[in-house]
Design a protein around this ligand. Structure first.
Ligand code: PEP
Length: 256
């Protein structure tokens, strides 16, 4: 059984005070939701606030994640953060977010190295894939997304793949207010992503991996995604910065 997982990607937002305020506003409700064992939640603050968010959520069951990492374990890589440094504060790490791919020129090869390194360091990767608008409009989403999945998980064994969380985030839906439709996202996740996993590994691996939808998810539209059979939660950007909104999204993850 795949337990839905709702992750909040705070991106480059909050400050030390507002990050703590946000956690405090979320804590009681999310702790109660997570205690049901039927939904998981993850907060992904900017690197400098991981320590604080981790301290504030300790013992609550609320997960903490980083928004990126480097694949090397130490050395002369100015500005980068090693997996072991993240592991001091967090158990999840977002890898291959489209903003990193587009703005910071991260390649499929780099994403693959980061996933190998995260798994080797006992971090749980949330691997982002998703097509740009032009690809979507040309009806080439399937080829694009399958290609990204193949490249991202190259060299992983079946057990490692089972440990991944994949987030399908069409780039045209991120931060635009134009979310995919529930059935549209479900089709890409079910056919392209689970299809790629079945081709590369087995039906059983494809059926075990948790796959989120991300892109303009709000408290208003979350139900449309969560009812879909192949969607196991959401990766939430903007709406994860508003406590009431994020709580409502996480609550929607509970089975009806
Ligand atoms: C994201 O950044 O992963 C995201 C899905 O953003 P938003 O919810 O704001 O579209």
């Amino acid at each position: 059984m795949r337990i839905p997982i709702i992750a909040g990607n705070w991106k480059m937002n909050t400050n030390l005070t507002s990050a703590a305020e946000l956690v405090n506003a979320l804590q009681t409700e999310l702790t109660a939701l997570v205690a049901t064992g039927k939904v998981q939640t993850v907060l992904c603050p900017p690197f400098p606030y991981l320590d604080r968010v981790s301290a504030l959520t300790r013992g609550t069951g609320i997960g903490v994640g980083a928004q990126d990492m480097y694949f090397e374990s130490k050395g002369a890589f100015t500005g980068e953060v090693a997996p072991s440094m993240i592991l001091d504060f967090a158990e999840y790490v977002i890898i291959g977010h489209s903003e990193r791919r587009q703005l910071f020129h991260e390649t499929d090869e780099l994403v693959n190295k980061k996933i190998h390194s995260a798994l080797a360091n006992n971090l749980k990767p949330i691997v982002c894939v998703g097509e740009p608008l032009e690809t979507y409009e040309n009806g080439e989403t399937d080829v694009w997304v399958r290609g990204q999945v193949h490249a991202a998980i190259k060299g992983l064994d079946a057990e490692q793949v089972r440990g991944l969380i994949i987030a399908y985030e069409p780039i045209w839906a991120i931060g635009t207010g134009k979310a995919a439709t529930g059935p549209g996202a479900n089709a890409v996740i079910g056919i392209s992503i689970r299809g790629a996993l079945a081709d590369l590994y087995s039906q059983s691996v494809a059926a075990d991996v948790r796959i989120q939808y991300g892109g303009s998810v709000t408290a208003k539209n979350i139900d449309e995604f969560i009812v879909q059979p192949d969607i196991d939660g959401a990766l939430v950007g903007g709406a994860s910065l508003k406590a009431d909104e994020f709580i409502a999204i996480c609550r929607a993850g509970l089975p009806k």
